[in-house]
Write a protein that binds this ligand. Structure first.
Ligand code: ADP
Length: 243
């Protein structure tokens, strides 16, 4: 579960109020899109969730941890409860696809036996079982991001944060990436995806949180255009935000 209660973030050096009185609750198993223009506060929100920064005011809870009170020695365990998917993939170029995914399991001391089972399972989930021996440079952008998703899910984290995961790939393939994240969501992981691609959000629908000037200006479900999308109606998002 993710909860922000009356959160303010003021960057003292610049005097910018990056977030103002933000209240968000995301239950386990949800899939949420976070949208907003550049400078709206999306990165600041993600930095709060990963404990890179603390709020100036208010409280942040993630995966059962109260981040304002998180002891230093508990930070590694907390971080492992989150899988990250990055816009620029962040794969290790000298390693194969298999090793890139295995790496996150090795650093958490998983046995070789476990790794030999888990890596093929997650590569199969992202439809890359046949590319296990390839290096990232031999893959397309879309395939690289599928490795990124496999790596984020390898440790079976409760929460996956995808920060503009479709930002560096062919727009036609963006839909596949979201579909994969939805598959992972069905496996039980909560997904928070930051995006500025309104076409994607419109297509898939679901819960949308829209930030504007550091404030939540919309937090509700919208219907999607895809045949499998949610059917809860809320026209407000389209009318007010012009999306
Ligand atoms: P977004 O990710 O939606 O583009 P950010 O969270 O990066 O928005 O930024 C929100 C506001 O906070 C912006 O006005 C930005 O200039 C400011 N800001 C972001 N990071 C810092 C920082 N480290 N120091 C000072 N101001 C910052």
């Amino acid at each position: 579960m993710v909860e922000l209660k009356n959160v303010d973030v003021l960057y003292k050096e610049s005097g910018v109020d990056a977030l103002r009185d933000v209240n968000i609750r995301i239950n386990d198993g949800e899939f949420v899109f976070i949208v907003g223009d550049s400078g709206a506060g999306k990165s600041t929100l993600l930095k709060l969730l990963t404990n890179e920064i603390l709020p100036t005011k208010g409280r942040v809870f993630v995966n059962g941890y109260n981040l304002s009170k998180l002891k230093k020695k508990k930070i590694p365990k907390f971080r492992r409860s989150i899988g990250m998917v990055f816009q620029d993939f962040r794969l290790i170029p000298g390693m194969t696809v298999f090793e890139n995914v295995a790496f996150v399991l090795r650093v958490t001391d998983k046995s070789n036996r476990f790794i030999r089972k888990r890596v093929p399972y997650v590569l199969n989930l992202v439809k890359l079982a046949d590319r296990a021996k390839s290096h990232p440079s031999q893959l397309s952008g879309g395939e690289r991001q599928r490795v990124g998703i496999a790596r984020a899910f390898a440790t079976d984290p409760g929460l996956i944060i995808a920060d503009e995961p479709t930002g560096n790939i062919d727009p036609r393939l963006s839909y596949e990436i979201v579909e994969l994240l939805l598959d992972i969501n069905k496996c039980g992981a909560t997904i928070i995806m930051v995006t500025h691609e309104h076409d994607l959000v419109r297509y898939f629908g679901g819960r949308i949180i829209n930030l504007k000037n550091g404030q939540v200006v919309f937090d509700d479900f919208i219907p999607g255009e895809s045949p499998n999308s949610h059917d809860e109606m809320d026209d407000e998002y389209y009318d007010d935000e012009g999306v």
